[in-house]
Design a binder for this molecule. Structure first.
Ligand code: GLA
Length: 740
């Protein structure tokens, strides 16, 4: 199948054959329905209905996307749109589901191709469809040339998240060149007050929320970097002017792709709003020989009328139940220790062993040794690519340290950055041609490193063997998989010039294949996606990795903002944060240990401080907080998240609440950033509790207001709220509410 829980490439129409053309007037909810004439296609799931139709010209048009309609509601078929004027023709004003560049199209196409004779006109028309358990697959074809397109619409019954993707197939006798391919075009119902939200960033400043009104013209968010990027993340949310955190309509979606991508949002001359998401057409070209095909990544999109909070909660649920490894019940994140900020490249058996002893005493479950354990890797100038244990630092290999870590009751994890080399490495000296480059041109370095061309078969095989051997030879439970630079000079010498730009797709395909194969061979090994922090966080990589490194910025205050942005799109089930030293390495801010813990405890908890510098009271406090965290982590990681008070817009305070799916536990984290002019702290009203259940309060950290009852109903906590005594700068409190 195209996407949902499978490989991206093949569209398995055969499986659906028996169900083709079902007319399902009164069918069970969530089963895709197609009307008797085969002209109105409808998918229902969660609280959402999506419908599209076939117009008299044989083109697919969006009919409806929004809150669930009654099963008996009949949508009118797709009428032919009349041109506004000779300047806004039919092809401009029609909300096409998947427009080809051709037939007069001047808005954003989903597919653009070039034929060998110079023709660049593609007019796609309906051929047939098949409707299955959870999906509708529609085939289109150009009016005269054998270019076939298969569109897949898969609706998740529980959440109403619609996964869309497209495959273009060349059945002509010659090559065709795909210049642009999207997963989908999505069309919003006509309104004049749409707002667009998206996430931008930079190293140490990922997941910054941007909001702008959608007005005539386009907004392009993209990565041209070969990797998802810090600079923008492939997620958007479109809302109406009045939408807020808990009420109002939100249409949202995220592209499952870890290479260069683009989401193009535009309002055309007639005021229609559409978004087109797919491969970044910048520098893109994918030549298909006769008989070959190219699949797009999937665009997972949803709708909620419960505001931005409702949108992210339903998307989190979808990610937990349909995307993450282990879905529908992903494994809970263990508490980890990571050596990076503590010892940087100066890792060795003795120091790591000593720190491991201390970490184990805190209740840490996984000890991760970061960069510096291999080759001549004493700084970032050399050794990357030489994945042999450095015998000066580890005279007897990694085995003694791993044994010690295991004997302490912890799993062992290791940092790798397989896709990169330092020019000063044995690997590069042996294979200078293995990197992405243009023949005879300078090779730009970043952090003194170059990018291996993983699209190459030999590179793929080398990395598979190297990683497979590493995992076979050692008791490694976890890999932190890093990717510390963007691509440059994206050439692929070794294939014909006309094939070189396949790199953008072939690299990422091989990355997914490599991760998938390693997981198959080592099913117990977990992987973290890291790219200088949060540079590779997307639904493509999240299928194959158990957690993501959110940011190299470990300052607990900055992190509140980063986490607020992150959770707009992605689930806290994968969002890692570490408690590191104060002053923070990045901005020198000093915060209390409790504050650092409470900030990091809102996702998967890690500790990255140099424990050799800690005082006995730090250990005592940290041990208690780790123990407390273990009592709430399932709710925090996999519960329903309410961003009660957002840190956005320079708010002086923020608060999040996580509620377990059975509503028997809720965990509140509250932060005061700075006290000012004796300002009073508003009471915090909870959400998502069962009003009838009685919840007992358990203070994890901080002090609740003196009048707070020990026990009260969900109705009380939601109606009357709770006061926390927060004073000074960077103060925090955490409270659990539990049904006994
Ligand atoms: C990247 C990661 C860090 C650390 C270093 C090691 O910057 O984001 O967490 O692993 O690489 O070199």
């Amino acid at each position: 199948m195209t996407e949902v829980n499978g490989a991206r490439r093949s569209v398995c129409i055969g499986l659906l054959g028996g169900l083709a053309g079902m007319a399902l007037g009164g069918a069970a909810k969530a089963r895709p329905t197609v009307d008797d004439q085969g002209k109105v296609f409808r998918l229902d799931g969660g609280k959402v209905t999506y419908a599209f139709g076939l117009n008299p010209q044989g083109q697919l048009q969006t009919l409806y996307w929004g809150s669930a309609l009654a099963a008996a509601d009949k949508l009118p078929g797709a009428a032919a749109f009349r041109e506004n004027s000779s300047n806004e023709t039919q092809s401009v004003v029609t909300p096409f589901e998947f427009p080809g560049f051709g037939g007069g199209l001047t808005v954003e196409p989903a597919l653009k191709v070039t034929f060998p004779d110079g023709v660049r006109d593609l007019a796609l028309r309906y051929v047939d469809h098949q409707a299955g358990e959870d999906r509708i697959v529609v085939r289109l074809k150009d009016v005269s040339r054998a270019v076939h397109v298969t569109l897949t619409y898969a609706m998740d019954e529980a959440t109403g998240i619609l996964s869309r993707s497209a495959t273009v197939e060349n059945r002509t006798n010659s090559w065709i060149q795909v210049d642009q391919l999207a997963a989908a075009s999505i069309n919003l119902p006509y309104q004049d007050d749409y707002q667009l939200q998206y996430l931008t960033g930079k190293w140490s400043g990922e997941f910054t929320l941007e909001t702008r009104a959608i007005t005539p013209g386009s907004t392009v968010i993209e990565s041209r970097k070969g990797v998802t990027s810090h600079q923008a993340n492939p997620w958007i949310a479109i809302s109406r002017a009045g939408t807020d955190e808990e009420a109002g309509p939100v249409w949202f979606g995220a592209l499952a792709w870890s290479g260069s991508w683009r989401i193009h949002v535009d309002m055309d001359a007639a005021g229609n709003v559409r978004a087109t998401a797919g491969y970044n057409p910048f520098d893109f070209s994918y030549r298909l020989k006769a008989g070959e095909s190219l699949a797009s990544p999937a665009f997972h999109s949803g709708y909620s009328d419960e505001g931005f909070g409702g949108a992210s909660r339903v998307f989190h649920r979808y990610q937990r139940t349909r995307i993450l490894p282990g879905a529908p019940t992903p494994r809970v994140r263990p508490v980890l220790y990571n050596s990076w900020e503590a010892t940087y490249f100066a890792v060795d058996e003795k120091t790591q062993g000593e720190i491991a002893e201390k970490a184990a005493g805190l209740g840490v479950e996984r000890f991760v040794m970061d960069d510096g354990w291999f080759g001549a890797r004493n700084d970032d100038r050399a050794g990357l690519g030489d994945w042999v244990v450095n015998r000066k630092k580890f005279p007897n290999g990694l085995a003694p340290l791993i044994r010690r870590v295991n004997d302490l009751g912890m799993e062992f994890g290791l940092w790798v950055e397989p896709e990169m080399v330092n020019p000063d490495s044995d690997l590069y000296r042996a294979h200078p041609d293995w990197i992405i480059h243009f023949t005879g041109r300078p090779r730009s370095e970043a952090r003194n490193q170059l990018v291996l061309n993983l699209a190459r078969k030999d590179v793929y095989e080398y990395l598979l063997k190297m990683l497979d051997t590493l995992l076979k030879d050692h008791n490694i439970a976890f890999l932190k998989w890093d990717h510390n630079r963007a691509w440059s000079e994206p050439g692929w010498p070794g294939v014909a010039p006309g094939e070189q730009q396949r790199l953008y797709v072939a690299y990422v395909d091989n990355l997914y294949k490599l991760l998938g194969e390693l997981r198959r061979r080592h099913p117990k090994v977990e992987i973290e996606s890291c790219a200088s922090g949060g540079g590779r966080v997307d639904l493509g990589i999240m299928r194959l990795t158990d957690q993501v490194w959110t940011s190299d910025n470990t300052d607990p205050f900055d992190r509140l903002m980063i986490q607020d942005g992150f959770t707009r799109a992605y689930t806290p089930a994968v969002m890692m944060a570490w408690v590191t030293d104060a002053p923070n390495f990045l901005n020198k801010r000093v915060t209390s240990l409790e504050y650092r813990f409470l900030s990091a405890m809102q996702g998967g908890l890690g500790i990255g401080a140099n424990l050799n510098h800690w005082k006995p009271e730090d250990f005592q406090k940290a041990k208690q907080l780790v123990a407390d965290y273990k009592t709430i982590r399932l709710t925090v990681q996999q519960g329903n998240l309410y961003r009660l008070v957002s840190p956005q817009k320079n708010s002086p305070r923020s608060a999040t609440l996580s509620v377990s799916p059975d509503a028997n536990q809720a965990v509140l984290f509250a932060f005061l950033h700075a006290s000012s002019r004796m300002e009073r702290q508003p009471r915090i009203q909870l959400r998502g509790l069962d009003p009838k259940k009685v919840y007992t309060l358990r203070t994890i950290s901080g002090t609740v207001a003196p009048e707070t009852p020990k026990q009260a109903s969900g109705a009380y906590w939601m109606g009357n709220g709770i006061g926390l005594m927060l004073w000074g700068d960077f103060a925090a409190g955490a409270v659990a509410f539990e049904v006994q």
